[in-house]
Design a protein. Structure first.
Length: 665
């Protein structure tokens, strides 16, 4: 399709991507002179009127979204059998490419990216749009680190047909929520599940569920629990590990309920990785006496939403049913009976609790035989954990220390492990961090990209990002700057940022109109271009040194391109003496002079200046009123013999005269 112009303005330049439903082209908007991305619905879907209409309708709805982290929709249209959407063109890489390139991202980088994705989802969800296909391939990261989420809402158009499209489902199945895999009701929390899978992949470099086919992967989403990401990458803080696991809970009600909750927790972790995050605690966790849950009618609960209630929803449902059950009945009497039953129940329960407690103490329930569950103290400081264990009647001792990415004296492992039951007084051995191994940040100045990467990897430094920027003086691919600076003490997990050169930035400049300007003014107006000057003779003295014409007027050209201008060079007009004055060869001098002087010219004779001298040539073009030079020769006699005779006689006489003179001498 390269070269096709859509909508009279979008010229397709090259194919840059392809998905299950569509192909994406880089294009140029000839009206605004900028690059755009054009998504074109594939032929097999374009023939389906329902899908084609949804494609355009949903894209129009997405165009109303306004968020810096969402790829803007600029236009929607149809040309013949081509349905297309025009989007902003984002220069950068997909998040999938970054993960594949780096293996995994540092958790600090992952949080920065995740926050921007979550903000994009929050904007969409507030506008009642479910993405349905959140995956790293649909997330773009610019060279400046800005995140752009694309393909909002388009996945909705495929409905159940996506399941048969192996091009998209193999890539997407890894990120499908369980409810999507089952084909049941979905809401915004389905996007949150997919978001959690993406975050899992960012910090571990792998997916939680793999399989030989999309169906196998989908079944794992439904049936298997993921390996905690911290088990794969110990550098992940407990707080982020817990956030990810909560986001990918199989039951939607156990996940984050909206993107704003995720944003809040991510910001907390970004400020303090050791913060403890968790579910909010409410009064429902307290021990109370209440009616059995089965007294609440279930017939009014929507099947699609039966696991999605908050306290307010539940209370309203209960109150309504209570009123229905007791409407038009003698409530006062019933209330007294109910109160009496409740008081009796409370009394019985209290008696049981008191007797049970007495029996427990009499049986020696607080003795040394009681088993204690080992708390999870991995990630805690040793001194803090020791106090906690002493309060439980346990002892904590350091078995050994290990270099790690955790701060010094952080507990890495316990023996016995958390969750095991031990007797009071048991010694729990722990391995604690000796702190991160520190190395000097290498100096990669004057290196090109390949050498930079080899140098970093040879030091075990894999958490690096190389970005590019324009530079007029440094060769393409070579080092510009680094952070941390060379010689700085860093750990192997320290995030390293390297900037290399993209070479000089290609600038395009408008070609000014310089016609009728002087040469000096024209060159000033065309500063930034190479100006080529061509002179053209003019007999109009007012055009001397003035630009008569130029090329590329009004166009945009690359800086340094050549612009050719034509400049007038004045010359005095010349009169054609032969045609306008009537001079010709073989005329007598008297005739030629008469004609020349009669026309206002001066005459200069080169040769015999007798009236009967013969004209042999003359200046053919002379400015008006100028001097005509006429070449002449002596007139020849009409009788050659007489002339010869006379010549001979004259010569003889002359010779005789010479002889006489000689004799006289």
């Amino acid at each position: 399709m390269n070269g096709i112009i859509l909508g009279g303005r979008y010229e397709l330049l090259e194919k840059i991507g392809e998905g299950g439903m569509s192909e994406v082209y880089k294009a140029k908007c000839n009206k605004l002179n900028r690059f755009v991305a054009v998504k074109i619905l594939k032929k097999q879907f374009a023939d389906n009127e329902e899908i084609a209409q949804k494609f355009k309708r949903e894209a129009t709805a997405i165009a109303n979204l306004s968020d810096t982290n969402i790829v803007n929709i600029l236009d929607v249209g149809t040309q013949e059998d081509i349905d297309y959407i025009v989007m902003e063109y984002v220069s950068g890489k997909t998040l999938k490419e970054l993960i594949n390139y780096s293996g995994k991202l540092s958790y600090t980088t992952a949080i920065k990216i995740a926050l921007q994705i979550a903000k994009a989802l929050d904007c969409a969800h507030r506008n009642n749009i479910i993405h349905r296909d959140i995956k790293p391939q649909n997330i773009l990261v610019t060279e400046a680190g800005e995140v752009k989420v694309t393909d909002f809402g388009i996945a909705k158009s495929t409905d159940s047909q996506t399941i048969t499209n192996t091009t998209s489902i193999i890539g997407s199945a890894h990120y499908l929520s369980p409810e999507q895999a089952k084909g049941t009701y979905i809401d915004f929390r389905s996007d949150i599940y997919s978001f959690g899978i993406v975050l899992y992949e960012m910090v571990t470099g792998r997916l939680p569920f793999e399989g030989d086919s999309p169906v196998t992967v989908a079944l794992k989403h439904l049936q298997e629990e993921p390996v905690p990401p911290k088990n794969i990458n110990s550098a992940i803080p407990d707080s982020l590990n817990k956030l990810i696991l909560k986001a990918i809970k199989k039951e939607p009600i156990k996940r984050y309920q909206n993107a704003k909750e995720i944003i809040q927790d991510l910001q907390k972790i970004q400020e303090n990785p050791d913060i403890i995050i968790g579910d909010n605690i409410n009064n429902n966790d307290n021990t109370i006496i209440m009616a059995p849950i089965n007294t609440i009618k279930s017939s009014n609960i929507s099947k699609a939403e039966d696991d999605y209630y908050d306290d307010e929803d539940f209370d309203d449902e209960y109150d309504e049913d209570f009123d229905d059950d007791y409407e038009d009945k003698p409530k006062k009497k019933n209330n007294k009976k109910t109160l009496k039953k409740i008081l009796i129940s409370i009394g019985v329960i209290l008696i049981i609790l008191i007797l049970g407690s007495v029996g427990f103490f009499l049986a020696g329930g607080t003795g040394n035989s009681k088993e204690i569950e080992v708390p999870n103290i991995v990630g805690s400081k040793f001194d803090d954990a020791k106090k906690q264990f002493e309060a439980l009647g346990l002892k904590l001792e350091i078995k050994t220390t290990e270099k790690s990415d955790k701060p010094e004296n952080t507990i890495l492992e316990t023996d016995p492990k958390a969750g095991m039951k031990v007797k009071k007084g048991t010694v729990i051995n722990v391995i604690v961090s000796a702190g991160e191994e520190q190395i000097d940040m290498p100096d990669v100045r004057n290196y090109e990209k390949t050498t930079i990467e080899q140098t970093l990897k040879s030091k075990g430094l894999n958490n690096y990002i190389i970005t590019e920027e324009y530079n007029d003086t440094i060769e393409v691919g070579y080092f510009i700057r680094q952070n941390p600076a060379a010689g700085t003490k860093i750990s192997k997990n320290t995030e390293i940022n390297i900037v290399i050169s993209k070479g000089p930035e290609t600038k395009f400049i408008d070609v000014a109109n310089v016609i009728d300007k002087t040469l000096a003014d024209a060159k000033e107006a065309l500063k930034g271009f190479e100006v080529k000057v061509i002179e053209e003779v003019t007999h109009d003295e007012s055009k001397d040194g003035i630009v008569l014409s130029q090329d590329n007027q009004g166009k945009k050209l690359q800086e340094g391109a050549t612009v050719t201008i034509t400049v007038g060079k004045y010359e005095v007009p010349l009169v054609d003496i032969r045609n306008e004055v009537g001079l010709a060869e073989n005329q007598t001098l008297i005739v030629a002079k008469s004609r020349a002087e009669g026309a206002g010219f001066k005459v200069e004779v080169n040769g015999p200046n007798q009236d009967d001298a013969i004209v042999t040539g003359f200046t053919e073009k002379v400015e008006k009123g100028g001097t005509i030079t006429i070449n002449t020769k002596k007139v020849e006699s009409e009788n050659p013999q007489n002339n010869n005779g006379n010549s001979a006689g004259n010569n003889s006489g002359h010779n005789g005269s010479e002889n006489n003179n000689g004799n006289n001498n």
